[in-house]
Write a protein that binds this ligand. Structure first.
Ligand code: ADP
Ligand code: MG
Ligand code: ZN
Length: 554
């Protein structure tokens, strides 16, 4: 990489080093190559296009899904002296004209554009006459119906960009790419040939924990948890505005310095609460998921889901807001299956496929909450990563788990997949094993399969859990090309040839689990909570912010 680029990193952005894959990504984009970036939340995706934009001739187009996010980024860039603008529906005609003139005069380095504005005829015409450097598509998972944030306009980006300038390099970035979503994005953008930079999703400093949600007990636990983190910042997520208000009040009457945040609040109040949280006037913000995208407060010490989220992707993104500074982050979720049922009911008027997609995401969420497997293993598997050992830093790893010998179960599961010619997904495979002749199963001549009904002594729920574990242990894998049917991996084929003993973990049965038996959170070397270091980092940040004329956490 040219020295100039590195020196701009320090000079403009104030960073002495690249993080993770940033350097090769910047290099790749600057060599005019299509670049696909998958990095967890907080890892520093923005820099991957901001720095190349600054050192390139012309203007980079940045497509971003949220108007608030755009404004936030443009403000930050302007504050450090970079000429950046946005083009979206909040601008009136003369403001839009002013922005366009800036771009045409070649002063603007980054132009943030909402997907809706990009598709407008007049803007296409304008962009055709501009001198452009590349196109960045942030939050690229919005392209996929299989993700959790689908935005139909995102699917039009590729054809518009092709009209504007067919040979411009494209960089697409996302934090939520399950293999399925990743494939969907690449196809839609015709970026199958792009260079892929995928970072590990493992956030080693986050502790994952799930507790059963019980009416009053959980509220007590919530208060106790927050009080034991006195003076530290935390986010509590709830699903509805009403619940947000209720919990915020509950905390306030318990002398906790908390305030609500949701889209139903007057915008002045909402902004004040957010600023107070960022500036440490408030310890706790109780919020719907409207809060957080693009918010960058490095010292959030815990994220609590008082209600279960709609997908594991959403969960991971929200918990990802804890411990961005690399120090302790505790991710606690209160869970009951009834919440999953409730969420599913909310979707009842949606089109069938949409409801089915949402249901699959919900079932994955429930499976995560109920699993006895190391939580990190479960999550990373969901994101297509294999994580061999137990992490030792989640509640499941910390408790005495019920283990059972799984060899024969796994054998049955793998046989079922083989005998149905690897054409069945999880749900139907389980039906075959328990011998339930659903319409789908009978259409495959189930009665001729030796494995049909072989596992009928064991409840359906257990089989579901066993097959999931076979996936986590890398014996079965989802074939994303064909609707997630389960196929044997090479390791699975070896297992069938020569089966061996495996430990399986029983799922939680929260109905009978003692809710007060939460394991102690271990302090592990390297991620120990260090009060002094924390204060130092905080002082450092304040100094940097001040020197740039920014409030401490913008
Ligand atoms: P993402 O979009 O991946 O969620 P951001 O781009 O918002 O993450 O960056 C998260 C935080 O990391 C920001 O505070 C940003 O300033 C900081 N950051 C990014 N790159 C670096 C770096 N090379 N060194 C130090 N901090 C960085
Ligand atoms: Mg981002
Ligand atoms: Zn673990």
């Amino acid at each position: 990489m040219e020295e100039k680029v590195k020196s701009e990193l320090k000079k403009i952005f104030g960073f002495s080093q690249f993080r993770g894959n940033q350097e090769p990504i910047v290099d790749n984009l600057l060599s005019q190559k299509n670049t696909f970036v998958i990095m967890p939340t907080g890892a520093g995706k923005s820099l991957c296009y901001q720095l190349p934009a600054v050192v390139s001739d012309g203007t980079a187009i940045v497509i971003s899904p949220l108007i608030a996010l755009m404004k936030n980024q443009v403000d930050q860039l302007n504050a450090i002296g970079i000429n950046a603008h946005f083009l979206n529906s909040t601008l009136n005609k003369s403001e839009a004209t002013k922005v366009k003139n800036e771009v045409l005069s070649k002063k603007t380095k980054l132009l943030y554009v909402a997907p809706e504005s990009l598709t407008k005829e007049e803007n296409v015409t304008f962009l055709k006459s501009a001198h452009l450097s590349f196109v960045a598509i942030d939050e690229a998972h919005c392209i996929s119906e299989w993700g959790h944030d689908f935005r139909p306009e995102y699917r039009k980006i590729k054809s518009i960009v092709a009209q504007i300038a067919p040979n411009l390099p494209i960089i697409a970035l996302t934090a939520t790419a399950t293999p399925k979503v990743q494939q969907d994005i690449q196809r839609n953008l015709q970026m199958e040939e792009a260079d892929l930079f995928k970072s590990s999703f493992n956030r080693t400093n986050l502790y994952y924990e799930v507790r059963p949600k019980l009416k009053n007990e959980s509220k007590k636990q919530l208060i106790k948890f927050i009080k034991s983190h006195k003076g530290k910042s935390g986010i509590i997520y709830c699903l509805s505005r009403k619940k947000v208000e209720e919990i915020a009040q509950l905390l306030q009457v318990n002398q906790i310095n908390a305030a609500p945040y949701h889209a139903g609040l007057e915008s002045a109040v909402r902004i004040k609460n957010q600023d107070d949280f960022l500036n440490e006037e408030l310890d706790v913000i109780v919020a719907t998921i409207a809060f957080g995208m693009g918010i960058d407060k490095p010292d959030v010490r815990y994220v609590i889901h008082y209600d279960v989220p709609k997908s594991l992707e959403g969960y991971y993104q929200e918990t990802g807001r804890a411990g961005r500074d690399g120090l302790e982050g505790h991710c606690l979720m209160f869970y009951k299956y009834e919440d999953i049922v409730k969420l599913d009911k909310f979707n009842k008027d949606k089109p069938v496929t949409e409801r089915e997609n949402a249901r699959v995401l919900l079932q994955e969420m429930a499976a995560y909450a109920e699993t006895g497997v190391c939580r990190r293993k479960f999550i990373l598997n969901y994101f297509g990563e294999t994580f061999e050992k137990d992490c030792g830093y989640c509640d499941n790893c910390k408790r005495d788990r019920e283990i059972f010998e799984g060899m024969t179960y796994i054998q049955t599961a793998l046989e079922a997949a083989l005998q149905t010619n690897e054409r069945f997904g999880l749900e139907h495979l389980v039906k075959v094993i328990i011998g339930e002749p659903t319409e789908y199963v009978t259409s495959y001549k189930h009665d001729q399969l030796p494995v049909f009904g072989k596992g009928k002594e064991v409840p359906e729920k257990y089989w579901t859990s066993i097959i999931r574990q076979a996936m986590i242990f890398d014996l079965l894998e989802k074939d994303i090309e064909s609707f997630g049917v389960l196929k044997l991996t090479p390791k699975g084929k070896e297992f069938i040839e020569a089966p061996y003993s495996v430990n399986l973990y029983k799922d939680h049965d929260y109905a009978t689990e003692d809710p007060s038996s939460t394991p102690d959170v271990p302090i592990t070397a390297g991620i120990a909570y260090d009060e002094k270091l924390f204060e130092l980092l905080k002082a450092e940040r304040k100094k940097v912010a001040k020197s740039k004329g920014l409030p401490p956490y913008v």
